[in-house]
Design a protein around this ligand. Structure first.
Ligand SMILES: [Zn+2]
Ligand SMILES: [Zn+2]
Length: 257
């Protein structure tokens, strides 16, 4: 049975909406918060981010953090879990999930790079059960929007999320501008579809900065979420300015408002 056009349009809106939420949780919480400690979160914010990630991606936070920290420690060397310089950008774009899984399921990586994120009781009961989270998330979509829209939206979300995440690792280390002296690149269109991750060259230059946009004309949607959270005291920034890593240009860029 072919779904009606209205069903497909609603599924598209819902699917893109779910991916946008998952992308915000990934960049703000998993990446800028837990991986680089650029932001600390209040307990309620922490619980909301972790729950949304569990329902929409099934990601185990310490695994994601370990793989990402290893990427920063060994960028574009044979020890990088997903390097276009080593494997080619097309291979990383297509095989990003398999590359991520290989590194995430290696206990040595998690033990070395995510020591600070030992599993909690909540992890053991709920958040480490990836399939339970994904099944519950899909059931919620089906319960709210009906099974046809729910299943179609879930399929759209999975494809969008995986393709966009892969693009940060593949395209974001191959195509685009490199204002700083590192192998990652800046792409505004990629930043739009990943809540700011497309300013990957800026990020490798200043990994401890919560803001990925370094110029007034660069638009970082993740930052638009972080700022209100700080006003509501749900999040706190580690630094109030963008501090470049020692091997990047030795200058301080004022934090834009
Ligand atoms: Zn990178
Ligand atoms: Zn990073």
């Amino acid at each position: 049975m072919v779904p009606a056009v209205s069903t497909i349009i609603l599924a598209l809106v819902v699917g893109v909406g779910v991916t946008t939420l998952a992308n915000i949780c990934t960049t703000v919480y998993l990446h800028r918060g837990l991986s680089h400690r650029a932001i600390t979160f209040s307990r309620p914010a922490h619980a909301v981010f972790k729950t949304v990630l569990w329902l929409s991606t099934g990601i185990k936070v310490r695994e994601w953090v370990a793989v990402h920290r290893k990427h920063h420690a060994h960028t574009d060397t044979p020890d990088d879990p997903h390097s276009p310089a080593i494997s080619g950008w097309k291979t990383v774009q297509i095989k990003n999930l398999a590359m991520y899984r290989a590194a995430a399921h290696d206990r040595a990586n998690v033990d070395k790079y995510a020591k600070d994120l030992a599993p909690t009781a909540w992890d053991r009961v709920l958040f480490d059960r990836s399939w339970l989270g994904l099944t519950l998330g899909t059931l919620i979509l089906c319960g709210v929007f009906g099974w046809q829209v729910g299943l179609l939206a879930a399929a759209i979300h999975v494809n969008y999320y995986l393709a966009a995440s892969a693009a940060v690792n593949a395209i974001g280390h191959h195509f685009g501008r490199r204002p700083y002296n590192n192998s990652a690149t800046n792409l505004q269109w990629l930043a739009f579809i990943t809540a700011g991750e497309g300013f990957h060259n800026n990020h490798h230059a200043a990994p401890t900065s919560a803001r990925f946009a370094h110029r007034w004309y660069q638009l970082d949607p993740g930052w638009w979420v972080i700022k209100p959270l700080t006003w509501m005291k749900l999040a706190r920034l580690r630094l109030n300015e963008i501090v470049l890593a020692p091997d990047q240009r030795r200058e301080r860029v004022p934090q834009p408002a």
